[in-house]
Design a protein around this ligand. Structure first.
Ligand code: SF4
Ligand code: FES
Length: 268
């Protein structure tokens, strides 16, 4: 618990060495800060840990017994004891890398990460990725689905089908008018699987059945700068509202306008 707004420091043991760490912090973050290497793909600060990729598995030691647990779901507490590189952890991690090499055979992120840990081949059947809107790079971690529903409140995409046929896309693979074109899905995707493109007038979410969202044009320079629907959504949540003069300006024109106004330079 924080004392006077400051985090309490507690003692934890990692690979038999003792460290001071912030109580309550996600263990994966503590390990990263301590430069203890734990591979991970699906941890995203903006979302609650979900533990879907299972790559960050470590062993938690309790009363002499160990239990495999994802590092991104462990909260630091006094006396926490973790092992990050036991033969069990390494075996588990290597199998997962092999699975991901088969599931996402075109992902350079996976290939590089796996090679770093000595895995360069897979014994599993590689997924056929002909015409895959996610370019043969998706590991089905679900981050895109979660950011769309939990952060943006949109639910424009979801898992479709079951078992080996599971994919992420829009319902019925159709253009989804619910999509605001925010591209948060592409930003959180750990394997860069999601493709979108900004044209003169629209943002086209190529991976999401070509869903097309019109762009807003800057009221000053006339350049398209952000999806219209997203801008309206943001503006509707702001209180107080942005001044009418700058409401529909791109960030660059808006900055220029405000600094000229503050320096009392005539605005043309
Ligand atoms: S597209 Fe990316 S973020 Fe979405 S499930 Fe696949 S790997 Fe995860
Ligand atoms: S980062 Fe922990 S399970 Fe994916």
């Amino acid at each position: 618990m924080p004392v006077n707004g400051r985090k309490r420091m507690v003692t934890i043991t990692i690979n038999k060495n003792q460290y001071l760490a912030e109580e309550g912090e996600i263990f994966l973050l503590t390990a990263m800060r301590l430069k203890i290497d734990i591979p991970h793909l699906c941890y995203e600060k903006a979302l609650d840990p979900y533990g879907s990729c299972r790559l960050c598995m470590v062993e938690v030691v309790t009363c002499g017994k160990t239990e495999m647990t994802p590092a991104c779901t462990i909260k630091v507490h006094n006396g926490l004891e973790i092992l990050t590189d036991t033969p069990e952890v390494i075996k588990h991690r290597n199998i997962l890398f092999e699975l991901y090499l088969a599931e996402a055979p075109k992902s350079e992120v996976i290939k590089e990460m796996a090679a770093k840990y000595g895995v360069t081949k897979t014994r599993f059947l590689k997924k056929i990725v002909h015409d895959d809107p996610l370019l043969g790079k998706c590991i089905l971690c679900g981050l895109c689905v979660r950011v769309c529903s939990e952060i943006m409140g949109t639910c424009a995409i979801n898992f479709i089908n079951r078992g080996p046929f599971t994919v992420v896309n829009t319902p019925f693979y159709e253009h989804n008018p619910d999509c605001a074109g925010c591209a948060a899905c592409a930003r959180v995707c750990p394997t860069n699987a999601i493709v979108f493109e900004d044209t003169e007038k629209d943002r086209v979410m190529r991976s999401w059945s070509g869903t097309t969202v019109p762009m807003m044009t800057c009221s000053s320079c006339n350049k398209p700068f952000a999806p219209e629907k997203l801008m309206h959504e943001i503006q509707s949540r702001l209180d107080p509202q942005i001044n009418e003069d700058i409401r529909n300006m791109c960030p660059e024109c808006r900055r220029r306008y405000i600094s000229r106004r503050e320096m009392k330079i005539p605005i043309t």
